[in-house]
Design a protein around this ligand. Structure first.
Ligand code: GDP
Length: 518
């Protein structure tokens, strides 16, 4: 867009740059402790008189003089959220696994998110100071998720650490630097800066503040930049130790002041020559953002049919899928079924498969990897559903395994069989259950979101799991049949051929429309 793509650097201009590392792992396995411990190894911080300020990333200089940058927003959600906006800031992931706890659901999620991004992993087995830890068990569990550590013949480095006791932090840093060497990380410092916003805020005193990771070139105080849809001259620049900086080279995170507004994390920052150009780009992007929002409604379908068109044209070679199911058995069965659908021309790639509701993290992963979300007897959280709509991520709901395989197989062929696409209508909550002779059970409900229409499709949810799917038989207000009931109102509902309702059940209402094959 608008000539913003930076110049291509020739090999001779590319100089080694420090690695950028994100730490991921299950909650309580020690991500924060490890980030803190690593920060304390910084010799430069000692010279600067300690750590005075905290931004969303920091760089340590280790005793040998080498530098490592850590992104201090632990968790795969932030990592994948950035990737979903097209930003790739991380060169490698340090996967923290607590030795006493082993591989847990978020460990697996992190593995999948890192793999989907094509970013190498280093395993940090943490809490080895605890008595009676079983390292073999941890290794075997990792193996089951295709992370094969060196002692088992794989090429994933494994370092045993204790974040709280400060054990083997130097070994972890060596492992990171070794991985960096393998990756041959380089950038040209002698050019206008390009980077990514990793966090931003509006500060009462200082105005818009953005933490930026410089990735190419050198950012200088006084530079004119565009960051996302904002622009401005870099008025001041601080490093993670709170030191005023005149310039920042590749892999250095800095906080910058002087932007016209607050850019979004994950958006690019680019040096531009003059103010006119900066304004022009910023205006263009603001217009584009507004257009995007306006187009969001139809986005999901557009994305899917685009994908079908690419597959049919032989350009896309992969159907990526994120699977969420109600029980482990279904998740596994779906994984096996989907993998079997791979053909020579087009592969099916299951990026992540797990039990539970669809969350924002799933949507981000799907967005970042152009994946379809397969929901098997589970629903999306409200926020995830909104995010999917906004970002054009397709969630497909199923309750029968062969329907999933039929559908995905059609995608692999670059065709989508005509499907019953559903349109979300609303949610109701069962407040009371009345037994009525001959009619069966009537649910006394309140509509809690959207609208419910006569004869619409319904799903009964108990604790986020679908226990029944069918149709609405009656919809009444004060004994009168009505066409629809909107949010906030109470009504009576009964379900076709279904009676086993309970107070507290949630009812999801939807309409279906048939969408032609692509
Ligand atoms: P996070 O949720 O992954 O960020 O985990 P935290 O860093 O908050 O750590 C969770 C808990 O584990 C805290 O009580 C830490 O003190 C403890 N912890 C972290 N690292 C170690 C370690 O190396 N050894 C021991 N014994 N405890 C640790």
């Amino acid at each position: 867009e608008q000539g913003l793509e930076g110049a291509v650097d020739s090999d001779t201009e590319l100089l080694p740059r420090p690695p950028v590392v994100t730490i991921m792992g299950h909650v309580d396995h020690g991500k924060t402790s490890l980030l803190d411990a690593l920060r304390k190894t910084d010799v430069a911080a000692r010279e600067a008189g300690g750590i005075t300020q905290h931004i969303g990333a920091y760089q340590v200089t280790i005793p040998g003089g080498q530098k490592i940058t850590f992104i201090d927003t632990p968790g795969h959600a932030a990592f994948t959220a950035m990737r979903a906006r097209g930003a790739s800031v991380t060169d490698m992931v340090v996967l923290v696994v607590a030795a006493d706890d082993g591989v847990m659901p978020q460990t697996i999620e992190a593995i999948h998110h890192a793999k989907a991004a094509g970013v190498p992993l280093i395993v940090a087995v943490n809490k080895i100071d605890k008595p009676g830890v079983n390292l073999d068990r941890v290794r075997q569990e990792l193996l089951q998720h295709e992370v094969i550590v060196e002692s088992l013949g794989g090429d994933t480095q494994e370092i045993q650490v204790s974040a709280t006791k400060g054990m083997n932090l130097d070994k972890l840093q060596e492992a990171i630097l070794l991985q960096a060497e393998v990756l041959d990380l380089r950038a040209n410092p002698e050019r206008g800066a390009e980077g990514t916003v990793i966090e931003s805020k509006l500060d009462k005193g200082r105005g818009p503040v953005a933490t930026v990771l410089v990735q190419k070139g050198t950012l200088r105080q006084g530079d004119m930049v565009v960051a996302g849809a904002e622009w401005g001259r870099v008025r001041a620049m601080l490093d993670d130790k709170g030191r005023q900086m005149k310039e920042a080279g590749p892999s250095l995170p800095v906080e910058i002041l002087g932007l016209s507004g607050v850019p979004t994390a994950g958006e690019p920052l680019t040096f531009v020559e003059d103010e006119g150009k900066a304004r022009e780009i910023s205006e263009y992007r603001q217009r584009r953002n507004r257009d995007k929002q306006a187009a969001a409604a139809g986005a999901a379908r557009g994305t899917l049919s685009d994908m079908m068109a690419r597959i049919a044209a032989g350009v896309q070679k992969e159907v990526a899928v994120v699977v969420k199911a109600d029980v482990q058995g279904s998740a596994e069965a779906l994984g096996v079924t989907l993998n079997k659908l791979s053909r020579d021309e087009v592969k099916v790639r299951v990026l992540h498969s797990a039990v539970g509701q669809i969350t924002e993290s799933d949507i981000q992963l799907a967005k970042a990897s152009n994946a379809v979300v397969v929901a098997f007897n589970v629903r999306a959280t409200g926020q995830a559903r909104e995010m999917a709509n906004r970002d054009g991520v397709e969630i497909r709901y199923y309750s029968i395994i062969y329907e999933v395989s039929d559908d995905i197989e059609a995608m692999v062929r670059g065709k989508l069989a005509p499907i019953q696409r559903e349109k979300f209508l609303g949610y109701a909550q069962i407040l009371e259950v009345f037994e009525v002779k001959r009619l069966g059970n009537i649910a006394g409900c309140r509509i809690t979101e959207g609208v419910v229409k006569r004869g619409c499709g319904v799903r009964l949810l108990r604790d986020g799991v679908v226990i029944h799917q069918g149709e609405l038989a009656t919809l009444r207000r004060f004994k009168d049949d009505v066409k629809e009931v909107t949010n906030g109102y109470e009504c009576g509902m009964s379900f076709a051929n279904y009676d086993a309702i309970k107070v507290g059940d949630q009812i999801e209402c939807y309409e279906t429309e048939t969408v032609a094959a692509v």
